[in-house]
Write a protein that binds this ligand. Structure first.
Ligand code: NAP
Ligand code: MG
Length: 400
């Protein structure tokens, strides 16, 4: 069989620990035999990040701006323990944070839905993709313990020195206060990424805030989304047969529980933090969650939502067998290959991505899976496979 040709490279961001092992297996068994794989390789493994003073992370983000599509392996975010383990020169920031800031992107997380792994919410039939605005609000707040009676105010000092004041509260006794902010251009980028991604995957977009209570702060989010929608996206949404739906956050939560899925839910920073954990746990497993970073300029970076699965890696290093789920990492590759195929007009590449996803799901539906899924599946007597054998079963299915 002739291998599928590519014209433009994918930006390949390699990573750490168990996912780095899976990465290699996926390439060897599921990609290289079928595709003349063209990638521009960046080693984001912690050792190489340290060797390059983290320049490699910046270079990989710049390459994503150049080529438009990247696929990323999970990476270690250094903490005190990693400083010693890898003898690091400094406590580098999370690569995901660096890349997201450089691409000005929004992260969309979507569960991979497969027969045999039923969501806890029985009416959820299709994935719910969650988009979290990753800037500002309570995550960049300033807070204060108010020790006793006194006045707390918000003060805006304009460049000309003039002041505008708003009373927060006249305290009669001790209490607490906080100041938060957000930026119009960050909200605009968030909105555009959401509208673009909804068009990309042809699904409705939901957005919700508490604008009835927060008449300036949250209302600004609502207004910016609506203005951009009316000006730039309304016609495109109508042509694609999809809808932009705004409602109050509490109404959105109530509707999500009753919905069947198949839409994107855009959330403010805090709502997204909380709701993404609820949605992912209800869909079954973190190992079945994909993630894509979408920039308002149309760059895409695909990855698994889980981390480097450190505990399994240490078993692997000890020569013990592991049963680590590679599904989300496989879907990161298929997402990126499909996007590359769409951008370059290579339908064989899109077709291959579809077939690889189907082969992966069919393998699980046939009862062959890793341990994490075997523990939660409704399929009787599943076969528990080790990390490599699961990938080999997918290859057999793909070659059928
Ligand atoms: P993790 O790697 O997501 O793993 C936590 C636990 O979840 C695992 O021990 C395992 O449970 C289960 N799990 C996750 N993915 C799995 C998979 N594919 N197959 C089977 N089980 C899976 O989170 P962590 O241990 O907290 O973090 C490890 C490292 O990953 C950290 O250094 C962190 O900085 C990094 N991280 C990176 C990213 C990213 O690059 N996007 C995201 C999150 C974390 P059992 O042990 O019970 O089997
Ligand atoms: Mg959270």
């Amino acid at each position: 069989m002739e291998k599928i040709k590519m014209t433009t490279p994918l930006v390949e961001m390699d990573g750490d620990e168990m996912t780095r092992i899976l990465w290699q297996m996926i390439k060897e068994e599921l990609l290289l035999p079928f595709i003349d794989l063209k990638t521009e390789y960046y080693d984001l493994g912690l050792k190489h990040r340290n060797d390059t003073d983290d320049q490699v992370t910046v270079d990989s983000a710049n390459a994503t701006k150049k080529y438009g599509v990247a696929v990323k392996c999970a990476t270690i975010t250094p903490n005190a323990a990693r400083m010693t383990e890898y003898d690091l020169k400094e406590m580098y920031k999370s690569p995901n944070g660096t890349i997201r800031a450089m691409l000005d992107g929004t992260v969309f997380r979507a569960p991979i839905v497969v027969k045999g792994i039923e969501p806890c919410v029985k009416n959820w039939k299709k994935p719910i993709t969650l988009a979290r605005h990753a800037y500002g609000d309570v995550y960049k707040n300033t807070e204060m313990i108010v020790p006793g009676p006194g006045k707390v105010e918000l003060v805006y000092t304009a460049e000309d020195g003039s002041e505008t004041r708003e009373l927060v509260h006249n305290f009669a006794g001790p209490g607490i206060a906080q100041g938060m902010h957000n930026l119009d251009n960050s909200i605009e980028s968030f909105a555009k990424s959401c509208f673009n991604y909804a068009l990309d995957i042809k699904q409705d977009l939901w957005f919700a805030t508490k604008d009835t209570i927060s008449k300036k702060y949250d209302h600004t989010f609502k207004d910016i989304f609506q203005e951009i929608y009316d000006r730039e996206y309304k016609e495109k949404f109508e042509a694609a047969g999809i809808e932009y739906f705004y409602t109050l956050i509490d109404d959105a939560v109530a509707r999500v529980m009753k919905a069947e899925g198949g839409f994107i839910w855009a959330c403010k920073n805090y709502d997204g933090d909380v709701m993404s954990d609820m949605v992912s746990s209800a869909f079954g497993s973190l190992a079945m969650m994909t993630s894509v970073l979408v920039s308002p300029h149309g760059y895409f970076e695909y990855e698994a939502a889980h981390g480097t699965v450190q505990r399994h890696y240490y078993k692997h290093l000890n020569g013990e067998e592991t049963s680590t789920n590679s599904v989300a990492t496989i879907f990161a590759w298929t997402g990126a290959l499909r996007k590359r195929g769409e951008m370059d007009g290579i339908s064989e590449l899109c077709g291959f991505a579809d077939r690889l996803e189907k082969a992966t799901l069919t393998t699980i539906e046939n009862g062959k899976m890793t341990k994490d899924l075997a523990l939660i599946t409704s399929i009787q007597d599943p076969t528990v496979l080790n990390s490599r054998d699961f990938i080999l079963e997918i290859r057999k299915e793909l070659e059928k």
